[in-house]
Design a protein around this ligand. Structure first.
Ligand SMILES: Nc1ncnc2c1ncn2[C@@H]1O[C@H](COP(=O)(O)OP(=O)(O)OP(=O)(O)O)[C@@H](O)[C@H]1O
Length: 361
């Protein structure tokens, strides 16, 4: 029926809601044994993508598969993929245990599993309490317990950290890492990079329905590696000397300094001394992943500096600074010019429109 690989594959996925292009030409894969963060601001298209993956929304174009199959061809999907979507509804008068038993029966797993998942998510002592009295964090845990009932190979979670306290977030982090370390596949969405940064191996960043970055988190970090700003007696002479020494990421800044990536302060000091150029000061700029995430997903930022279709940043992928031509884009842009347009109805409005919808589209 399906290939059992545990791989999630999204290919050229597109969803148009009337005039709203919620998702456009999205492509990525999530391999077993890894946690992938699916990141973007409110209204970026994360939930719509996950709902297409889970067979709750019909794509306008493209495919989203798990184990090589669309969700409706997975046989007993509850055994293959466990999902937590936003605003999961629970019968308020039903206890957590009874809620889980209903779902367990629906996918054909024994009641024993209910006890296991209650303990797994830390609700072992709350099984007899009614879900209506649960805090948001407890409801998140119950939703996760429901997703885990079928002992699925693939876990898809939409903003699972919402409502969790810091302890809950730390617990979720450990849980997801250990889940992936068993060779399972985890796809987790968030609008905050900081929330998932310590959990994920790979990241797909989207904005206005399109991919802004897709690749290993490490590569994104590397693109933000520190650079050194050098104040010297002769900026042009220093640029020539540094380039002559084989450094490729060297450029003068507007304030008369020289920005150098890929070299330590000691190396720069040695090269300038050899060239007899006096150095008055060096400042190391630290990486700021959160800032980069904001820049990647901000339509205002994107509108001013759209990269050309399929263009790599100077020095290759992961080699530059946003705003200076460097851009950690791993894949050719699909329709890059459109990517930066404000969604119909305006960006803020696009985020608001999503409230109050649900169910299969
Ligand atoms: N059923 C629908 N009908 C019309 N527009 C929709 C529908 N579902 C989503 N949209 C629109 O599609 C866009 C993407 O929404 P989506 O909920 O997928 O974003 P998101 O990244 O999950 O946002 P959030 O983090 O706020 O949940 C938004 O502009 C939203 O208003």
């Amino acid at each position: 029926m399906h290939d059992g690989s545990g791989r999630i594959a999204v290919h050229d996925l597109t969803k148009q809601f009337g005039p709203v292009a919620a998702v456009q030409n999205l492509s990525f894969t999530v391999e077993p044994g890894t946690v992938t963060g699916f990141l973007g601001p409110n209204g970026a298209g994360k939930t719509t993508t996950l709902r297409m993956l889970l067979g709750l929304v019909t794509p306008t174009a493209g495919t989203a598969t798990i184990n090589g199959r669309p969700h409706d061809q997975l046989g007993n999907p509850g055994r293959v993929v466990g999902a937590v979507l936003e605003n999961e509804g629970f019968h308020p008068k039903r206890t957590a245990r009874n809620h889980l038993r209903v779902y367990a029966a629906a996918i054909g797993v024994p009641d024993q599993r209910v006890e296991e998942v209650l303990n797994l998510v830390g609700l072992g002592t709350a099984g007899d309490r009614k879900a209506g009295g649960f805090s948001l964090g407890m409801r998140q845990r119950l939703a996760l317990a429901t997703a885990l009932l079928g002992d699925p190979q693939v876990l898809v979670l939409d903003e699972p950290a919402n409502g969790l306290d810091p302890e809950g977030i730390a617990w979720l982090r450990t849980f997801l890492r250990s889940y992936a370390s068993q060779g399972r596949t985890v796809l987790v969405s968030s609008h905050l990079l900081s929330e998932v940064e310590q959990t994920i191996d790979q990241v797909v960043i989207i904005s206005a329905g399109m991919t802004r970055y897709y690749g290993p988190l490490e590569q994104l970090r590397a693109s933000q590696r520190s650079r050194v700003l050098v104040q010297s007696a002769d900026a042009n002479g220093l640029v020539t000397a540094l380039q002559g020494a084989g450094l490729t990421q060297v450029e003068p800044t507007q304030d008369g300094r020289v920005a150098v990536s890929g070299a330590t302060v000691q190396q720069i000091g040695d090269i300038s001394a050899k060239a007899s150029i006096a150095v008055y000061g060096m400042e190391e700029e630290k990486a700021d992943l959160e800032k980069l995430f904001f820049q990647l997903t901000s339509p205002q930022y994107g509108a001013t500096t759209p990269p050309a279709y399929g263009q790599q940043p100077p020095g290759g992928f992961g080699g530059g600074y946003p705003g200076q031509g460097g851009y950690p884009q791993q894949q050719p842009y699909q329709g890059a010019q459109q990517q930066y347009q404000t969604p119909p109805g305006g960006y803020q409005q696009a985020g608001q429109q999503q409230q109050g919808w649900g169910g299969p589209q």
